[in-house]
Design a protein around this ligand. Structure first.
Ligand code: PTJ
Length: 266
């Protein structure tokens, strides 16, 4: 992912600032909801605790998620504003390698947003984008937000749904409908993280390329090998391990108090 910025690459938080600029730019294009900026801030806080790197439990979840996507008969990659702004190309590539449909599904279905996201996905190479306008004609009764509006060719009939940066009630509803739900969420305490079948506790910008590579690599495995990857994965353990790593890192840093060095002064 390369984002335009006015910040020099020498800035210690250059990458984080670039990502923020990408999101704020897309508030103007209507791709990102204002609340998406708040959601991102919450994610950043957890990423700080993780040390802004992909942890082993996330790698394990990515491996199980890749297998689940390849085993699925009707997989769907659900796209919201934040994910489209940050990784449109990666979402399109993932859908392509996993043979999945791409569907826009928004918490805030405000005028112009769906088509702005559709345009971004098409620019990134998508041939078909479900869930836009009248195409989202089916309803998930258990969902109490605009996310209830789904495409009858996509999420409604999907057996596996990839839902990065989600709100918990749809994850819960999809699970109740018997679907496999794969989430990406930096917050292991969120309802989405807790209720998904497979939760990747990582930043979406790091997780997407890893998931893409893993799906590509796992295409060489047979169905039995893929099934073993899914059945030996425990989301309870993955979340538990993620929380423990956060706790251990915070504990180690708390021993130091100040852990960032002031350069140029002894
Ligand atoms: O585009 P819309 O209208 O569908 O709305 C999208 C948002 C994200 C605003 C909406 O789904 C929302 O309000 O989500 P929540 O309930 O704030 O949950 C978003 C979750 O994503 C939070 O738990 C954050 O910690 C997490 N998160 C935010 N940024 C990232 C992230 N997880 C991974 N990578 C990130 N970059």
């Amino acid at each position: 992912m390369t984002y335009e910025t006015h910040v020099s690459s020498g800035h210690p938080r250059a990458e984080s600032i670039r990502i923020r600029e990408q999101l704020t730019k897309h508030v103007e294009t209507r791709v990102v909801a204002l609340a998406g900026i708040i959601a991102h801030g919450r994610g950043e806080a957890f990423d700080y605790i993780l040390g802004e790197k992909t942890i082993l439990p996330a790698m394990r979840a990515i491996s199980a998620a890749a297998a689940a996507l390849l085993l699925a008969e009707r997989p769907v990659v659900s796209v919201n504003g934040n994910t489209a702004a940050l990784c449109a190309r990666e979402l399109v590539d993932l859908a392509s390698v996993a043979n999945a449909k791409l569907e826009v599904n928004l918490f805030h279905r405000l005028p112009g947003r769906e088509s702005a996201i559709e345009s971004l996905l098409i620019e990134a190479g998508a041939e078909e984008v479900l869930g836009v306008g009248d195409a989202a004609s089916a309803r998930l009764d258990e969902v109490h937000s605009d996310r209830r509006r789904v495409d009858p060719r996509g999420i409604l009939i999907a057996d596996t749904v990839f839902v990065p940066l989600e709100d918990g009630d749809r994850t819960e509803a999809l699970r109740r409908m018997g679907k496999t739900v794969i989430a990406v969420d930096l917050n292991p305490l969120s309802r989405t993280a807790q209720l998904a079948s497979i939760t990747i506790v990582d930043n979406i910008v790091r997780a997407m390329p890893l998931l893409f590579s893993e799906v590509k690599k796992s295409r060489g495995l047979n169905a039995e090998e893929l099934r073993t990857k899914v059945t030996t994965f425990s989301n309870k353990k993955a979340l538990s391990d993620s929380m423990r790593l956060m706790e251990e890192r915070l504990h180690a840093l708390s021993e130091k108090g100040v852990y960032i060095q002031l350069h140029g002064r002894e």
